[in-house]
Design a binder for this molecule. Structure first.
Ligand SMILES: C[S@@+](CC[C@H](N)C(=O)[O-])C[C@H]1O[C@@H](n2cnc3c(N)ncnc32)[C@H](O)[C@@H]1O
Length: 286
């Protein structure tokens, strides 16, 4: 059998880089700019190895023409996505969610006589974000939580990340921003690992969803709050515009979108009202 990944043979040509990056973009919206060739090459080297292929050209043709390509595409998404996340990430945003957005939404729902809450962690990675949302919901509603019809949808394009989310077991580092009381009340410790308690896990519904799948994304309707943090940075402006317009439609009037603390919707959407919270921004659908 050929000894693949010969350092010369396995280099990605500029042409193949363009073909692969267009294919990835077409299927996911994830965009590798011209200066990201080395990163893409590095991330795909393991896929070459896994498929026993000698070069990136063959890998491209397999993705493009092999009838089994959809399975490999999912493995490709696992390789090209960045799944970095943590519990209580960007604390000022979590505080804005806990102290402002969520109480406002709850009040609004109560005025309408509906004890229903629908939240979405769009690009949930290994689950840290939706479980954080669940913990905050419990902290806000306390014993009244059981009176509410609550669902936190959590979706991602990476099967690998979703598998970790389902296991819901984390190390100390991932929990570094979690206050000690919260850690004690919502996690079951087993040696160096911490598992999210069942009450919080039961609030979260994990599912595979590619944001490029417009038909399925359209079906995600009626949300009060959407977290789509640190996802848009991987898209180009055209993909960002499309997706953010869709997220606007996915929200209920009065609902909030939170994006990453270093991200902005400047030149992407004018539909939302920008709301300033201490140390954080929210995008409100009026
Ligand atoms: C950096 S993580 C952010 C996780 C979490 N939202 C946070 O802020 O901590 C970005 C996630 O977006 C997901 N993602 C990227 N492109 C996607 C797409 N087209 N459809 C669905 N999820 C996508 C990745 O798989 C990854 O898990």
């Amino acid at each position: 059998m050929a000894d693949f990944l010969d350092p010369v043979a396995s280099q990605m040509s500029d042409e193949t880089f363009l073909l692969l990056r267009d294919l990835i973009y077409e299927h996911s919206g994830i965009y590798f700019s011209d200066n990201k060739k080395a990163q893409l090459e590095n991330r795909l080297s393991l896929r070459l190895k896994a498929n026993n292929l000698p070069d990136y050209d063959k890998y491209y043709y397999m993705l493009k023409y092999d009838p089994q390509a959809s399975r490999e595409l999912k493995a490709l998404f696992d390789s090209v996505t960045t799944n970095e996340t943590s519990f209580f990430r960007s604390p000022p945003q979590i505080q804005a969610f806990q102290e402002k957005a969520l109480p406002e939404i709850i009040q609004h729902r109560l005025e309408k006589g509906e004890k229903v809450l629908r939240l979405w962690s769009a690009g949930c990675s290994t689950g840290d974000e939706p479980y954080t949302m669940g913990i905050i919901l419990k902290e806000v509603l306390k014993d009244r939580l059981s009176e509410w019809d609550v669902k936190i949808y959590a979706s991602d394009i990476s099967e690998k990340a979703l598998k970790s989310a389902r296991a819901s077991t984390y190390n100390e580092y991932t929990l570094r921003s979690v206050p000690p009381e919260i850690k004690k009340n919502y996690f079951i410790q087993n040696g160096p690992l911490f598992t999210v308690c069942d009450e919080i896990r039961s609030l979260v519904e994990l599912q595979y969803l590619n944001f490029n799948d417009a038909k399925r994304v359209k079906l995600m309707r009626g949300f009060d709050i959407i977290f789509c943090r640190n996802v848009l940075i991987y898209f180009d402006d055209a993909a960002k515009k499309n997706f953010v317009a869709q997220l606007y439609d996915n929200l209920n009037p009065g609902g909030y979108l939170f994006i990453g603390h270093s991200e902005s919707l400047h030149n992407i959407s004018r539909a939302f009202k920008l709301v300033h919270f201490p140390g954080a921004l929210g995008y409100k659908k009026e």
